[in-house]
Design a protein. Structure first.
Length: 131
């Protein structure tokens, strides 16, 4: 049985291009009132939704601009994995040589990772501008 969140998401997908969704103060959708000014007096907000936005239609997040902070987090994740790979694949090297190999791999990985983030961001901006 689908959860409440899944049912809400599914019903939202079935809606038409433009429609008004009435939301109460708690953020829950409510039925459309007969008298619109009275609904505003009761504290209900009217929100217009469109399915034309690419992130809403596909359910995907938008691409964020590249940042060094994100690349640094990625380095913290991949550095130990790279070290373990170097450690197990080259058993005859000393520990210092394994660390130097890992740093060398990271020196290629980090700029490449930032470049890929920048490329994806530019492509998503170009696509959004074409629509």
């Amino acid at each position: 049985m689908p959860s409440r969140k899944q049912r809400r998401r599914r019903s939202k997908e079935r809606r038409h291009d433009w429609e008004y969704v009435y939301v109460d103060d708690g953020g829950r959708e409510v039925e459309a009132p007969e008298d619109e000014p009275a609904a505003r007096a009761n504290g209900q907000r009217k929100r217009q939704q469109s399915r034309s936005a690419p992130s809403q239609a596909s359910g995907m997040r938008g691409v964020q601009p590249p940042s060094l902070r994100r690349v640094g987090r990625r380095a913290l994740i991949f550095a130990p994995l790279m070290f373990l790979t170097v450690h197990f694949l080259s058993g005859e090297l000393t520990m210092t040589q394994k660390v130097v190999n890992t740093v060398f791999l990271l020196a290629f990985f980090l700029p490449f990772s930032y470049g890929m983030d920048a490329l994806m961001y530019r492509m998503s901006k170009r696509r959004a501008g074409a629509r």
